[in-house]
Ligand binder design. Structure first.
Ligand code: 13P
Length: 251
């Protein structure tokens, strides 16, 4: 049985003060939620304080990126060891904005994934086709390549720990959503690729999230699909009331 995961990616938003005030409200509003795992991914600057705020609660903290080396002369970078040290349990890897603006590739995704796993962090690997790939009808090929190259060299045991976030790039921040139906097909396909790589058992264990213009109105339609195990929300996670609605989606 896969426990649903509702995650918020705050991207480059919120000062420390803003982050703390959101988390205080969130914590008291969802303290009784036990059937959904909750994750928020604040900016690096807010991670430490937000973690002290949620300590002992049912809210998990994740970073939005990391560098693959554990330490050293890499000005401006943050390692998996550092993230683990301040209480992160998850880390987003290969978000499409990082692929688009910061030249992330499946190769760097692979190195970062391995570093996260070694440090005991759960990688949330973001994949998804661009608008151009969708137009060229190569969605399945694009997604398959991202999985195969991003996960190269992982053991089945490591592959079981990973969370995949399927986020069609054209649906991010645009208000355009992939239909729950289309998304379900993609999630089945991702499990099929996983099954070829690591076996059927592993493919049934991993959680696959949907991301891209998820909001309180459409969340339940996604969550009703059998292979959608949660959502990764951007915009709708910034307002605490709307994120609470995502966490408490009606089943
Ligand atoms: P939106 O929910 O704003 O479309 O962003 C999705 C996303 O990129 C989550 O990582």
């Amino acid at each position: 049985m896969r426990k649903p995961l509702m995650a918020g990616n705050w991207k480059m938003n919120k000062t420390v003060t803003e982050a703390v005030s959101v988390v205080k409200v969130l914590k008291s509003s969802i303290f009784d939620v036990t059937d959904v795992e909750v994750l928020i991914c604040p900016a690096f600057t807010a991670l430490y304080v937000v973690n002290s705020e949620v300590n002992g609660s049912n809210i998990n903290i994740g970073a939005q990126n990391l560098f693959w080396e554990p330490k050293g002369a890499f000005t401006g970078e943050i390692s998996s060891v550092m993230l683990k040290d301040i209480g992160c349990s998850y880390v987003l890897i290969g978000h499409s904005e990082r692929r688009q603006y910061f030249n992330e590739t499946d190769k760097s995704v692979n190195k970062k994934t391995k570093a996260a796993l070694v440090a005991g962090l759960i990688p949330v690997i973001c994949i998804g086709e661009t608008f151009k790939e969708k137009e060229q009808s190569i969605t399945f090929e694009a997604v398959e390549k991202q999985i195969k190259e991003g996960l190269v060299g992982l053991t089945p045991q490591q592959a079981t720990i990973i969370v995949i976030a399927y986020e069609p790039v054209w649906a991010i921040g645009t208000g355009k959503i992939a239909t729950p139906d289309q998304t379900q097909k993609l999630h089945i396909f991702i499990r099929k690729v996983y099954s070829q790589m690591y076996g059927y058992g592993v493919s049934q264990k991993i959680r696959i999230l949907y991301g891209g213009s998820v909001n309180p109105t459409n969340v339940s339609d996604f969550m009703r699909q059998p292979d959608i195990d949660g959502c990764l929300a951007g915009g709708a996670s910034l307002e605490v009331e709307s994120f609470i609605k995502l966490v408490k989606y009606s089943k």
